[in-house]
Design a protein around this ligand. Structure first.
Ligand SMILES: Nc1nc2c(c(=O)[nH]1)N[C@H]1C(S)=C(S)[C@@H](COP(=O)(O)O)O[C@H]1N2
Ligand SMILES: [Mo]
Length: 210
């Protein structure tokens, strides 16, 4: 994406915020609807849609917890204008899921599904990006229920609504489709460095017909 991650000023590296964002102390909780209760025996992570072999893939909580654990450093930019910079997210890289449950070559987009039918759509390239991670931890600590325990997606280079909390699976798609906030007036791509906040800002080709 080629955006700046820091700049030199007077010898100190100042973290940079996307346009219109302000730095937030602490970590606010932002979401629509109630916080789901985690039931480990019922929890599963499903990969469905246009997989390479047409088969679904499913991990229960124990199996998912055994997948390779990685950490990445990434920001959280809420479209309501607060940002949290430089958090360390621990969990399973989205690229690992792509390797373990590959999409068909025709797949262009991924719908990420969470509890209560919450969803967000991503271009395959955004999903596959180096730092896109299904996080279980932040700064070495397990996520709290309000922040998405047991699993949330973090896509540091996009606005944070692109990262569902309480995520339960992904759907491989051969055409784009809007997710929950994208259907409700938010930008289909959501690049904070381009200030892509609302769907009325979309250029041709940036999203399905409204
Ligand atoms: N399931 C679910 N995930 C969600 C949302 C939501 O409404 N439901 N809101 C998103 C928005 S708008 C933001 S800013 C972040 C906020 O994450 P936080 O509450 O951990 O700060 O979660 C995102 N993930
Ligand atoms: Mo948000």
């Amino acid at each position: 994406m080629g955006h700046p991650v820091g700049s030199e000023s007077g010898g100190a590296v100042q973290p940079e915020l996307p346009p219109g964002q302000r730095l937030q102390r602490g970590w606010p909780v932002t979401h629509y609807g109630p916080v789901p209760k985690f039931r480990p025996e019922r929890w599963e992570f499903r990969v469905f849609g246009t997989t390479v072999d047409g088969e679904k893939r499913c991990w229960n909580h124990e199996e998912f917890s055994a997948l390779p654990y990685t950490t990445v450093v990434g920001d959280l930019h809420c479209v309501t204008k607060f940002s949290m910079l430089g958090a360390e997210w621990g969990g399973v890289l989205a690229s690992t899921i792509l390797e373990l449950a590959p999409p068909d070559p025709a797949v262009t987009h991924v719908m990420v599904w969470a509890e209560y039918g919450f969803s967000s759509n991503l271009r395959l390239a955004d999903f596959a990006a180096d730092r896109t991670i299904f996080a279980t931890h932040k700064d070495g600590e397990l996520l709290t229920a309000e922040h998405g325990f047991p699993l949330r997606l973090v896509v540091p280079h996009l606005y944070a609504w692109k990262g569902p909390k309480w995520v339960r699976g992904i759907e491989y798609m051969t055409a784009d489709r809007r997710g929950f906030w994208e259907e409700r007036g938010y930008h289909n791509v959501g690049d904070p460095w381009r200030e892509q906040r609302y769907s009325y800002q979309e250029e041709p080709g940036e999203g399905p017909e409204l």
